[in-house]
Design a protein around this ligand. Structure first.
Ligand code: HEC
Ligand code: HEC
Length: 254
């Protein structure tokens, strides 16, 4: 609760700063510099053309976290707590330039659309894929994997396909499994919460928070990084394309 409040206060401060200032960097030069900054700071998640990947598709012109200049600025300045969207290491002036560039993505008509058939994909999701045993959509389904109600807004097509075919490659941060063995021979397994050079914290399978100093550990293994099965061979190319089209169509109630 306290950390939630802190987040809320943080964004109010940023919003107020943003309101006090018009985007004076929304000029041809500003947008051009913003485009270069975007390649450095954002493209590895959002794609070179903003088409999305591990990050959201930014070409649709509609935004889960708000599409006004101020809202975009706040999203980019502060990141989105609880997701992989980080704060950016750039000056406020640079963030305004990035904001000006990001605004152009929504209207550039570069939007990528899924090639598969979302209706057929929904059927695969419900039957052959048995996806609902672990995932929920609009409150229906299991909880072992992340909620997918608005997954099409958070992730691009390429990431969605990779999630199905190589789930171990890019596990969403809150779902990273890890197992540690201490020098005295005790073991603990769970979801990694935090890690730095000297310590690691995890939530074990009994839902307890555990912290370990690395100097006390004999082993840290991440050999079973995703609990999501790979569908690269169990579903056909067409079925995979259809499921991706279905996932991409899930955009919540916006
Ligand atoms: C490590 C990956 C990563 C990086 C780097 C990253 N983002 Fe994101 N971004 C995400 C993810 C994931 C989301 C979706 C969060 C969610 O679930 O709502 C997101 C969401 C957003 C949104 C909100 C979209 C919406 O629908 O409201 C904007 C705008 C955005 N990012 C812009 C940027 C910009 C600009 C940069 C570079 C300064 C950047 N991001 C860097 C991963 C990233
Ligand atoms: C045995 C449980 C299980 C089944 C069955 C399962 N998943 Fe998953 N899925 C997970 C878990 C756990 C994660 C989170 C770890 C990861 O990203 O690999 C995940 C991650 C995902 C992600 C990435 C979410 C994100 O935020 O990027 C997508 C998309 C996804 N699953 C879709 C599906 C689809 C579609 C099916 C059926 C074809 C399916 N899953 C079947 C457990 C499962």
């Amino acid at each position: 609760m306290r950390s939630l409040l802190r987040i809320a206060v943080g964004s109010v401060v940023a919003l107020t700063c943003a309101m006090a200032q018009q985007n004076t960097f929304d000029t041809p030069e500003g947008r051009q510099q913003g485009a270069a900054l975007f390649q450095t700071h954002c493209a590895y998640c959002h794609g070179a053309r903003g088409e999305g990947g591990r990050g959201a598709d930014l070409t649709s012109g509609t935004y889960k976290h708000g599409g006004s200049e101020r809202e975009l600025y706040a999203t980019i300045r502060n990141g989105i707590p609880g997701t992989e969207m980080p704060t950016v290491r750039a000056t406020d002036e640079e963030v305004w330039k990035i904001t000006a560039f990001v605004k152009t993505l929504g209207s550039a008509g570069l939007r990528e659309t899924a090639t598969g058939d979302p209706v057929a994909g929904k059927a695969v999701y419900e039957t052959k894929g048995r996806c609902a045993t672990c995932h929920s959509i609009n409150g229906q389904g299991g909880n072992l994997g992340p909620e997918l109600t608005a997954i099409g807004r958070s992730r691009g097509l390429q990431h969605l396909m990779a999630s199905l075919t190589t789930p171990e490659a890019d596990v969403a941060v809150p779902y990273r499994a890890v197992r540690v063995v201490t020098k005295s021979g005790k073991t603990a397994s769970g979801i990694r919460l935090n890690e730095d050079d000297i310590s690691i914290q995890l939530r074990d399978t009994g839902d307890n928070l555990r912290a370990f100093m690395k100097e006390d550990l004999k082993e840290i293994s991440r050999d079973k990084p995703s609990l999501m099965p790979s569908y690269g061979t169990t579903l056909s190319k067409k079925e995979l394309d259809d499921v991706v089209a279905y996932l991409s169509s899930l955009r919540g109630s916006l």
